[in-house]
Design a protein around this ligand. Structure first.
Ligand SMILES: C[S@@+](CC[C@H](N)C(=O)[O-])C[C@H]1O[C@@H](n2cnc3c(N)ncnc32)[C@H](O)[C@@H]1O
Length: 263
């Protein structure tokens, strides 16, 4: 049965940040706390290795209540701006940045990145480094021409986004338009790194069902090309662990690295 598109107002009313963290990222039990985070974190580790993608300003678009996508980037960017559509998610991001006692505990994920960096003793320093690099937590809306309206954010060297655009966009046309809008946030030659799941029609947060724009690798390629990017790499890896497909159904993970043309 088709999942009805989840409107922005339903996100505002129904997306519970604590349920999201518990369902997907809680140590040991979260549906994404294994295969997905390993895929994403390794890709980001390789993308932000010295001499590859680096610069001054990095934007994370639609971070939800999560910080895991920034753990490698904070080694090679000076100024990180993170964002989400929902106030409840931005509150969780601020809590983690302030080290509030009830902030989400990401240390299990931070340790994985420190191991990739062969620096496993220093996970607390890594958290501090990330906190020191995040300059702003702002509201974004994928469906607006300027997704940070009314703010004007300085053009970025790199934008990263995970699992967000498929939540925000109802169809491939809207997805492609959002990619075009995100391109305007980049400097010429700037990088976009997008990671998501493929052939995924829905996901649950607690008892609430959310729609997901079901995409294939070919859809991703088409959307990036139509939006005017130069594709550097698209990687698709099949998902092996199918034990939690009642929470969210998908068949593979996808990593895209593309660039805004120089002119
Ligand atoms: C599945 S969550 C992904 C969160 C996080 N990036 C991650 O990796 O777990 C989908 C996110 O899309 C955001 N979202 C929904 N509608 C949006 C919109 N119109 N513009 C921007 N973000 C939106 C939600 O607030 C939510 O944080």
């Amino acid at each position: 049965m088709e999942t009805t598109f989840t409107t922005p107002q339903s996100y505002i009313d129904d997306f519970n940040s604590i349920d999201y963290f518990q369902t997907y990222y809680a140590p040991g039990v979260g549906a994404f706390a294994g295969e997905w985070t390993n895929f994403v974190l390794r890709n980001l580790h390789e993308t932000f290795a010295p001499g590859r993608v680096e610069g001054d300003i990095l934007i994370e678009f639609g971070a939800g209540p999560t910080i895991y996508n920034l753990l490698s980037a904070c080694e090679v960017f000076n100024n990180i701006i993170t964002s989400d559509f929902l106030e409840q998610n931005r509150i969780q991001l601020q809590k983690w940045l302030r080290k509030d006692s009830d902030a989400f505990n990401w240390s299990h994920v931070v340790k994985v990145v420190c191991e990739l960096e062969a620096n496993s003793d220093n996970w607390e320093e890594k958290e501090e480094k990330l906190r020191s690099k995040v300059s702003k937590v702002v509201k974004c809306d994928a469906l607006k021409k300027n997704p940070f309206d009314p703010l004007v954010i300085p053009a970025a060297d790199c934008l990263i986004s995970c699992l967000c655009l498929q939540a925000a966009c109802e169809d491939l046309e809207s997805y492609c338009n959002t990619l075009k809008n995100l391109k305007e946030l980049l400097k010429p030659g700037g990088h976009i790194i997008l990671q998501n799941v493929l052939n995924c029609p829905f996901y649950y947060v607690g008892h609430k069902k959310f729609s997901c724009l079901s995409l294939t690798k070919q859809d991703m390629e088409k959307a990036f090309k139509e939006a005017g990017y130069e594709i550097e790499e698209i990687k698709v890896v099949p998902c092996i662990d199918k034990s939690k497909m009642d929470i969210s159904k998908f068949d593979s993970f996808c990593y895209v690295h593309a660039r805004k043309p120089l002119n």
